[in-house]
Design a protein around this ligand. Structure first.
Ligand code: SF4
Length: 361
């Protein structure tokens, strides 16, 4: 299971516990507990005080008047609300919107902590004094904290006014927006994901060369990678850098993408295909050289861009791999492994592979 999926499950479990929670008196008057919402890989994690009347009715954070103020401030800071995780220090509405009491804050604290650990944001943003004090201790003051670099469990913390305060003092709206703009500048924008499309008629053609590998362990299983946020399983591969051989690029790409150091055992095949690449406006005529490889060190730790690395059998690979080309390459790898024997145990196999890879240049 991928790290993102595991973290998403933690968030779902927290939400389920919150819905059933009776740990403090606030459960008595709630209509719906409000666990929070947002993507598990959010860079920004916003923490308010407690649900209000409309949030209590909807079961979602910041959907009432204060939510509108927050949405305006996020928009002015060019932060998309759907990209941030939003929750409150306590998950149930206090009667008459009073401030949460110390024992209620204490009872609810483990839920917030689990959410922070699951999301692991780049920046925690406290909205108002209650959220600030829940992370920085009871002595923390909002005026002194605004604009300062604080931290909680090694995660940077920035303090801002609570949007509800703006409803009572409109002059604070500019300050809230300025705080969020300053925070937004500290978080790198995620580049929009670009997808290739089928080749387009009349576009210039650019040749491209990549190299990759089918890495097989001693148990005879092949390593596949799952692209981040997608159900697409692929093989590790990437474009040759200037002056690199196919072999050098394959070893480097496998290490960068999977975390494993590998030795190449033999070349498998070359795959050729074409696609249109929108950022450059060209049809790419791509050739990929694939090798059979065995791990010699490191551990499977997919780089950002992949959610999961999995050792699979031949039949699993045929079922999971997205591209028919990749399935053919993996089938060749399993056949080749049969002729080589148990990878890493038979003497001479690596020498034979060296001879073989030299021939391929
Ligand atoms: S406020 Fe938190 S601790 Fe209290 S009942 Fe709701 S979820 Fe449980």
């Amino acid at each position: 299971m991928g790290a993102s999926r595991e973290r998403a499950i933690v968030l779902e479990e927290v939400a389920a516990k919150v819905r059933e929670c009776t740990l403090c008196r606030l459960h008595r008057n709630r209509t719906r507990a409000v666990a929070g919402e947002g993507p598990v890989d959010a860079d920004l994690f916003l923490i308010g005080e407690a649900p209000g009347r409309q949030e209590d009715a909807a079961g979602r954070p910041f959907v009432g008047s204060a939510g509108k103020v927050l949405n305006r401030a996020l928009t002015s800071a060019r932060i998309s609300r759907k990209d941030v995780f939003i929750t409150n220090v306590v998950k149930c509405r206090p009667p008459a919107n009073r401030a949460p009491k110390a024992d209620e804050l204490e009872a609810c604290r483990p839920y917030l902590r689990s959410q922070i650990e699951a999301v692991r944001p780049r920046v925690l943003v406290t909205l108002g004094s209650t959220a600030l004090r829940s992370l920085q201790g009871p002595g923390a003051g909002l005026s002194e904290a605004r604009g300062r670099d604080l931290a909680f469990d090694g995660i940077p913390v920035r303090a801002a006014y609570h949007p509800a305060a703006v409803l009572y003092n409109r002059r604070l709206e500019a300050a809230l927006r300025a705080d969020l703009r300053s925070i937004g500048r500290r978080v790198p924008k995620k580049p929009a994901r670009v997808h290739s499309t089928p080749p387009r008629a009349g576009k210039p053609v650019r040749p491209g060369r990549s190299a990759g590998a089918v890495v097989m362990n001693r148990e005879g299983r092949a390593l596949l990678l799952r692209k981040a946020g997608e159900a697409m399983w692929v093989l590790p591969k990437g474009t040759l850098e200037l002056g690199e051989t196919d072999e050098e690029a394959a070893v480097r790409e496998v290490h960068e993408e999977t975390g494993l150091r590998v030795k190449l055992l033999r070349p498998l095949t070359e795959v050729r295909y074409a696609f249109y690449w929108p950022p450059d406006g060209v049809n790419v005529d791509k050739t990929v050289a694939y090798f059979l490889a065995a791990p010699i060190g490191g551990r499977v730790r997919p780089e950002p861009g992949f959610d999961e690395g999995r050792w699979v059998s031949r039949s699993e690979a045929m079922r999971l791999l997205h591209w028919p080309n990749d399935r053919e390459v993996v089938a060749r790898a399993f056949d080749a492994r049969r002729t080589i024997g148990v990878i890493g145990k038979r003497r001479g196999s690596s020498r034979a592979a060296k001879r073989s890879t030299r021939r391929s240049r």
